[in-house]
Design a protein around this ligand. Structure first.
Ligand code: PBG
Length: 334
């Protein structure tokens, strides 16, 4: 038999033959517009404290955060999500809802400098409380309903500072409804809620806790964050948050939970965000620094995978790098 005897009318390789063909038939297109860039904001001026476990990411003072957000915007990234490192911590986390709090300051500065930048604020207690927990505590218990009142105050003060979107991340029951009610009562009907609806109790948050200085001083977060083994429960969390008025929902982390991203995309009609978290970033940076992985190719592949799984938006520390790679070589998104 010679090769001419083969009858192969269907040959998928035909459409992979050139870069332009591959690009034309690509099912998923990654763009800077998909990204949300996280910023860690700290008191002071001219401060850039690098975070050892997250190369390329630093705690920034307000002036530096404004520069960083400006660069992101220039690269086509439409939004930032803000995490604050307070001057002092206490059991309630007073700075969290103080008009002069760090997130309130940077929100005002960003909206003044770049009115079109979408400012998203993380709404949780853990960075602000002396015990590092996501709620008020009594003994070793996290108190759900009293925490909701604090979350309302935090969301309101972020809205007053000019936040476009508030993102409650503490996995307290009823947090979305409580925040929606408070915002509406104070005429912030236009402020949206991006709920961390499906947030797993994950080991991949390790580097973030260094960056945001919000590690729990005792215990863990398993009494409120989800068990990584559960997928049906994710549906329930999404259902509840939508019923309470979430405008968008998030799945977090991203890479070990691509099935949950897909499930959530199919479950609802609102935009779905995925959080490509600190540990996922640290793994890539460490491997790349050792020359074990090609950073650019790996990052674009994993971001494409998250989008293909169903994420409309991706919160990622790679945002600026990925946006600049896409700008310089748009073909590699395919
Ligand atoms: C809580 C919060 C956390 C992250 C985002 N918001 C940490 C936690 O739940 O312990 C993690 C993000 C990341 O790892 O990149 N405010």
């Amino acid at each position: 038999m010679t090769t001419t005897d083969f009858k192969l009318p269907i040959r998928p390789r035909r459409l992979r033959a050139s870069a332009s063909l591959r690009s034309m038939v690509s099912e998923t297109h990654l763009a800077a517009n998909d990204f949300i860039y996280p910023l860690f904001v700290t008191h002071g001026a001219g401060v850039r404290n690098p975070i050892e476990s997250m190369p390329g990411i630093a705690q920034l003072s307000v002036d530096q955060a404004v520069l960083e957000a400006g660069e992101a915007l220039t690269l086509g990234i439409p939004a930032v999500v803000l995490f604050g490192i307070p001057a002092t911590k206490d059991p309630v986390g007073e700075e969290n809802f103080a008009p002069a709090g760090i997130v309130q300051q940077v929100t005002r500065a960003l909206k003044t400098e770049y009115p079109d930048l979408i400012v998203i604020t993380d709404v949780c207690l853990c960075e602000y409380t002396s015990h590092g927990h996501c709620g008020l505590i009594e003994g070793e218990q996290i108190l759900n309903d009293p925490t909701l009142e604090i979350l309302q105050r935090v969301a309101l003060s972020h809205a007053e500072a000019g936040a476009d979107i508030v993102a409650p991340s503490g996995m307290m029951d009823g947090m979305v409804g409580a925040i929606r009610t408070a915002l509406d009562e104070h005429d912030f009907t236009q402020v949206s809620i991006l709920s961390y609806a499906v947030k797993y109790a994950s080991a991949f948050y390790g580097p973030f806790r260094d960056a945001a200085e919000g590690a729990p001083k005792f215990g863990d977060r398993k009494s409120h964050q989800m068990n990584p083994a559960n997928a049906r429960e994710a549906r329930r969390e999404v259902e509840l948050d939508l019923a309470e008025g979430a405008d968008m929902v998030m799945v977090k982390p991203a890479l070990p939970y691509l099935d949950i991203i897909r499930q959530t995309r199919e479950q609802c009609a609102v935009p779905v965000a995925a959080y490509n978290v600190s540990g996922e970033y640290a793994m890539i940076k460490a491997a790349a620094a050792n020359g074990w992985l090609n950073e650019q190719a790996t990052v674009l592949e994993l971001l494409t995978g998250i989008k293909r799984a169903g994420a409309d938006l991706i919160i990622t520390y790679h945002a600026k790098d990925a946006a600049s790679w896409l700008t310089n070589r748009p073909d590699i998104s395919n």
